[in-house]
Write a protein that binds this ligand. Structure first.
Ligand SMILES: CCOC(=O)Nc1nc2cc3nc(NC)[nH]c3cc2c(=O)[nH]1
Length: 373
């Protein structure tokens, strides 16, 4: 814990990095997976459980919280940490991505984003300055610049326009954020699947001397190899002594490979959302508990796991709960999936420390092929 925001590189193995982000509210062991707490809750989980599984930081969504309960209300209630009872670091997104994907009506111009709330249909205007103000009202520890993320495939001039606007918004967000020693504002590299735009975005953001850098505009419909190719261009253009956060990523395989390409932080709804729909992630691959073949399978998901949801409940019971659409089904599979993701991250961190990341990656991917036997 420190009064300021510090990132320390502890070990490297090829382009994989083992590091530590120290902030007043706690230390983040990297590579890190950040569970997504969209409207102030990691769905179907108690935050004590989320912490016990090894999470050092969670994500909050500015877009959702500003609509309900409202940023000023959260501030009146003592900030997001007190509201949700999570005293460690919280990273809030700018809301830009959710607006793009959730709001029915949205107009975007130099001033910012105007959108219609999916909650009550009211019109809102989100400028870069307002986005930082909202994240400040939430008392967020890591705040994201407002950006424009373009879904792929997209026209090059559309990708360039959005990337250049995101750069101008990054500058405005930096001014609005000012100097908050115990907090950080991260820039977001855009540029779609175009190497020279990715490089320009990273280099201009680097010159802004921000505390950390997110790689945005990926995991938006492109094949995995395109995403990894963009990391090959982007990571070398970013400062080595600052954390790199790949937004919205991803599957365990995406994470393994992105760590090998130099990424330090991840967030994804995959473990929680897919858990609620019956998908279990295990060390031997994915298991869809909706499938009838589990109806009388008395085995647990993995008897060697330290997670009760993984070790103590039969697949038959999990199948029954999911088929019956019972809340406990989503709770147990969210618990299992977050436990698996955090176990994977702990394995990744240890393998980098011991200089055996390539072997760890190969073993892990081999085990996934075993299926659920
Ligand atoms: C989490 C911070 O989000 C932002 O402030 N903007 C942003 N969010 C993204 C979220 C994404 N999720 C995915 N795939 C599931 N890709 C994403 C990209 C962005 C982005 O470019 N920009």
């Amino acid at each position: 814990m420190t009064e300021t925001f510090q990132f320390k590189l502890l070990a490297t193995d090829g382009r994989a990095r083992r590091g530590e982000v120290s902030m007043p509210r706690g230390t983040i062991r990297t590579p890190a997976f950040m569970p997504v707490g969209t409207v102030g809750t990691v769905k179907a989980m108690y935050l004590d459980q989320v912490r016990e599984l090894g999470a050092d930081i969670i994500l909050g969504n500015t877009y959702h919280l500003m609509l309900r309960p409202g940023a000023e209300r959260v501030a009146r209630l003592g900030g997001l940490h007190n509201f949700i009872r999570w005293e460690r670091p919280i990273l809030t997104d700018s809301g830009g991505f959710q607006v793009m994907s959730l709001s029915s009506l949205r107009k975007l111009n130099e001033q910012g984003v105007t959108f219609k709330s999916h909650v009550d249909g009211a019109l809102y205007h989100m400028s870069p300055e307002r986005s930082i103000e909202i994240q400040g009202l939430l008392d967020s520890d890591i705040q994201m610049q407002l950006d424009e993320c373009v879904a792929l495939p997209a026209e090059p001039d559309e990708i360039e326009r959005a990337m250049e606007m995101s750069l101008r918004w990054a500058e405005r967000c930096k001014v609005a954020f000012g100097d908050q020693p115990g907090k950080a504002m991260f820039g977001i590299v855009q540029g779609g699947d175009i190497p020279k735009l990715r490089e320009r975005s990273a280099l201009v953001l680097r010159d802004l001397d921000l505390k950390g850098y997110a790689v945005g505009g990926l995991a938006v419909g492109e094949p995995q190899e395109v995403m990894l190719d963009m990391l090959d261009v982007t990571c070398p253009a970013l400062p080595t002594e600052k954390p790199r956060y790949l937004m919205g990523v991803g599957t365990p395989d995406d994470i393994l490979k992105s760590v090998a390409h130099g990424i330090d932080m991840f967030d994804c709804v995959m473990p929680t959302r897919s858990g609620r729909h019956g998908l279990a992630f295990t060390r031997y691959g994915r298991i869809n508990l909706r499938n009838a073949r589990h109806a009388e399978d008395t085995r647990p998901l993995d008897e060697q796991s330290s997670c009760p949801a993984t070790r103590d409940y039969s697949r038959a019971y999990l199948h029954h709960l999911i088929r019956s659409n019972e809340s406990l089904g989503g709770m147990l599979l969210s618990w299992n999936n977050l436990a698996y993701y955090q176990e994977l991250m702990a394995g990744i961190r240890k393998a980098i420390e011991e200089g055996r990341y390539a072997d760890f990656m190969a073993e892990t991917q081999e085990n996934w092929k075993r299926g659920d036997l």
